[in-house]
Each structure stands twice: as C-alpha cells, then as structure tokens.
Design a protein around this ligand. Structure first.
Ligand code: SF4
Length: 83
C-alpha cells in the first residue's frame, strides 16, 4: 500500500488537508480584525517559519502552536525571536 507521508516542512495550508484548513480558518476568524497582523507581516512571518528547523507539519516545536494562527495575531511572537 502506498500511503502519502505527511509533509514535515510544510505549513498546514500547504498540506491540502480540509480538516486542518478549517482549523486555520476558524483560528484566524476568531481573532478580532483589529488584532490581526497585516497580510505583509503575516507572509513575512510564515516565510521565516518555513526556513526554520522548528517547523514540523505546521507546528512550532518551540511553543507547540500552529504557526499560521500565531503569525496572524498582531502581537504574536516567535519564541526564538525570529519575528
Ligand atoms: S515561530 Fe519561530 S521558532 Fe517557531 S517555527 Fe516559526 S520561526 Fe521557528
């Protein structure tokens, strides 16, 4: 049987999993608009996560959070101070 392996260095949005996409969507929608990062900051943060060894399947190993939700919070911080 040929089972698809999870993408280790991917964000959740890149894993094409409908349930995970909903987790992200619901997480971001739960953030008040005035508390959300700008799109520019959001993408810059996620690019830093993509190149970080602590990103495993959309989760930050340093803090245990889904980075796509944490990065969407204006006051969110990287535990290693990369953003
Ligand atoms: S939040 Fe920071 S430590 Fe965690 S994956 Fe992103 S860049 Fe790496």
């Amino acid at each position: 049987m040929n089972q698809a392996k999870p993408c280790i260095k991917c964000l959740l949005s890149e894993m094409k999993d409908a349930d995970l996409m909903e987790v992200i969507r619901n997480g971001i929608e739960g953030i008040r608009p005035q508390d959300r990062s700008s799109e520019k900051d959001y993408q810059e943060r996620l690019n830093l996560c993509r190149s970080c060894d602590n990103l495993i399947s959309g989760t930050c190993l340093s803090c245990g959070c889904y980075v796509e939700i944490r990065a969407a919070i204006k006051t969110g911080r990287c535990p290693l101070k990369k953003w």
